[in-house]
Design a protein around this ligand. Structure first.
Ligand SMILES: [Fe+2]
Length: 269
């Protein structure tokens, strides 16, 4: 898979990019089978697959040949699709694959995860170490089932990665005091605080950039039932996104959602 120059620009500027028909029919069927055959849900160890030599040795020592076979198949997909090269291009440096996981969500009437940024210190109240604002993960999110508005898509607020970068920079440089900003509501409140606003604005290209973000956040909070920033995707489609931007896992209201993720991080962090 090669990304066009315009697609790379889109990914950098907006923070996310949807690519259609990336996996072959055979890959879709096989990956679905792999994920549905493991008992783990999201976040549990069993939903993870080996990504490096040490991981494979560990599986070998445990005689877990199935994980080895499945892991090799998933690594082959990332090789075929040049995910390393795309990541290096986005990070403008060498990037490492640090995680592969696959999981499913059953039908339910609430969001899988509400609007949030992954680079907000996990929403913790007290954070001892403020890490570099440049840290983020690039996620390759493959859909193995149909998703759509309010049905399991990973909604993303365009350009919001630039806003959270400005926030993290100000906290890192001690221009503003840290407070939790994991959720969209907390993030907006944090930026609008009188003592924070000016410093965060200084990190952005214009006040318009910030106002555009507020408008999008306002659309979401005043119309919670509507599906702003949602999209349709089919089995085999891929969403690539910068996880520091504000996103959510919308409710899988119509069908079970099955997803496969590859996570990349800049090598030097
Ligand atoms: Fe997230």
């Amino acid at each position: 898979m090669n990304l066009l120059k315009s697609e790379l620009e889109d990914l950098e500027q907006k923070g996310s990019l949807l690519k259609k028909n990336v996996l072959s029919k055979n890959e879709i069927d096989r990956v679905k089978e792999i994920i549905l055959n493991q008992p783990g849900g999201k976040g549990v160890k069993k939903s993870h697959y080996p990504v490096n030599f040490n991981n494979f040795i560990t599986k070998l020592l445990k005689l877990d040949f199935k994980k080895i076979k499945d892991g090799l198949f998933l690594l082959n997909i990332k090789k075929r699709l040049n995910l390393n090269l795309i990541s290096n291009t986005i990070f403008k440096d060498k990037a490492n694959l640090i995680m592969i996981d696959g999981y499913w969500n059953s039908i339910e009437k609430k969001d899988i995860l509400p609007w949030h940024s992954d680079q907000a210190y996990g929403g913790n109240k007290n954070v001892e170490v403020i890490k570099s604002p440049n840290i983020f993960y690039l996620k390759f999110f493959f859909y193995l089932t149909n998703v759509g508005p309010n049905n399991g898509c990973t909604s993303y607020i365009p350009c919001s990665h630039k806003i959270t970068y400005a926030v993290r920079s100000c906290i890192f440089e001690k221009k503003v005091n840290y407070e939790p900003f994991w959720s969209l509501d907390d993030l907006v409140k944090f930026i609008k605080k009188k003592e924070n606003y000016k410093h965060i604005l200084e990190k952005l290209s214009s006040e318009e950039e910030l106002n555009n973000f507020f408008k999008k956040a306002d659309l979401i909070s005043t119309n919670p039932e509507k599906s702003f920033f949602d999209f349709e995707a089919s089995p085999g489609d891929l969403l690539i996104f910068n996880d520091s931007g504000v996103h959510r896992g919308s409710m899988p209201s119509l069908n079970t959602r099955i997803a496969l993720r590859y996570l990349y991080k800049k090598n030097s962090f």
